[in-house]
Design a protein around this ligand. Structure first.
Ligand SMILES: *[C@@H]1O[C@H](CO)[C@@H](O)[C@H](O)[C@H]1NC(C)=O
Length: 311
């Protein structure tokens, strides 16, 4: 009796009902501030974009008082039952009057923030290379093979894109020294194309040249909303073999939200002139909190039917 009872359980494990992939997104929300928060049509699309992702990294949040982010979180948590979403918001970063925040928005049930810091931009060879220093966070994620993951959002200054992307390599060394981890993902609007990074310069950019960095969004991608531009500005770069092997092959892509939500170019530009970029990681079957009750119910039914029918 006991051995045959395992059959349905094994079947269940194979079917893995809770194995929804885990999606990480980065979005340049183009001067997200109160003006956008006051427009319901903009907020409606923004929360639809965010609710597709388990972790989003927003850039260009120009919300000095933080009220627009609060409004966004309220709207998002009202819209989507799969939350609650929490946020981790950087201080204002930048030079002079042009300052912006990085904001992590993540599903609190699945994810914990273990630690975070702002990169100390004082490398002896390259002091003050970043206009907006990376705001780095270490997460625990429901991925069996990858219990922890470091995310490094970056929005480069267009005219300094080459040196900032290059210096992200120094950031990777800093993270490895600090947290003893290889598993990290760089993501955001690197301005990595169309006049800001010359093709011949890729050979000198260490984040691109050093072994172990996987560029998941390629040079041919288009991450811009305008129909007359085609530039791969926004990127996702993964480091660490555990992290790389968790990536769902082919899942890294720009998200064409105007097409998905039926918006004209003008309507889409109210939200942003960038597409979000996204990637999926393989989630552990039984690690996902919301799916657990359903999985247990199925398991119980399977065992029950196994004992009734004696299979
Ligand atoms: C968002 O972050 C702010 C500032 O850190 C915090 O006060 C607020 O509680 C957070 N909101 C949510 C829903 O996480």
């Amino acid at each position: 009796m006991e051995v045959p009872c395992l059959l349905p359980v094994l079947l269940l494990l194979l079917l893995c009902p809770a194995g929804a992939p885990f999606r990480i997104c980065a979005f340049n929300a183009q001067r997200f501030a109160q003006g956008k928060a006051d427009k319901p049509s903009v907020m409606d699309i923004l929360v639809k974009i965010l609710s597709r992702c388990d972790i989003s990294v927003l850039q260009e949040v120009m919300d000095a008082k933080g009220k627009a982010v609060t409004a966004l979180m309220t709207t998002l948590n009202r819209f989507d039952g799969s939350g609650p979403y929490h946020n981790l918001t950087s201080p204002l970063l930048g030079r002079g009057n042009y300052q912006e925040r990085y904001v992590f928005i993540y599903r609190n049930q699945k994810i914990r923030i273990l630690d975070s810091y702002i990169y100390k931009d004082n490398h002896p060879d390259r002091p003050d290379v970043f206009a907006r220093e990376p705001f780095i966070a270490r997460f625990s994620v429901p991925i069996k093979e990858l219990p922890e993951l470091v995310l490094i959002p970056q929005h480069t200054m267009p005219s300094k894109a080459e040196s900032e992307i290059d210096a992200l390599y120094d950031v990777s060394l800093d993270i490895q020294a600090r947290w003893r981890t290889e598993d990290m993902m760089f993501l955001g609007d690197f301005n990595a194309d169309c006049g800001y990074v010359a093709k011949k310069r890729w050979g000198q950019i260490r984040l691109r040249q050093k072994p172990g960095f996987h560029w998941l969004i390629g040079d041919k991608a288009d991450t811009t909303v305008r129909e007359n531009t085609r530039c791969a500005y926004d990127r996702i770069v993964v480091h660490g073999e555990r992290c790389f092997s968790a990536v769902v092959p082919g899942s890294a892509q720009p998200f064409d939200f105007p097409k998905e939500f039926g918006l004209s170019e003008a309507e889409a530009l109210e939200i942003s002139d960038h597409y979000p970029v996204e990637v999926e990681l393989n989630a552990a079957c039984w690690g996902l909190q919301p799916a657990r009750p359903a999985g247990l119910l199925l398991l119980a039914l399977a065992i029950l039917s196994g004992s009734v029918y004696g299979i």
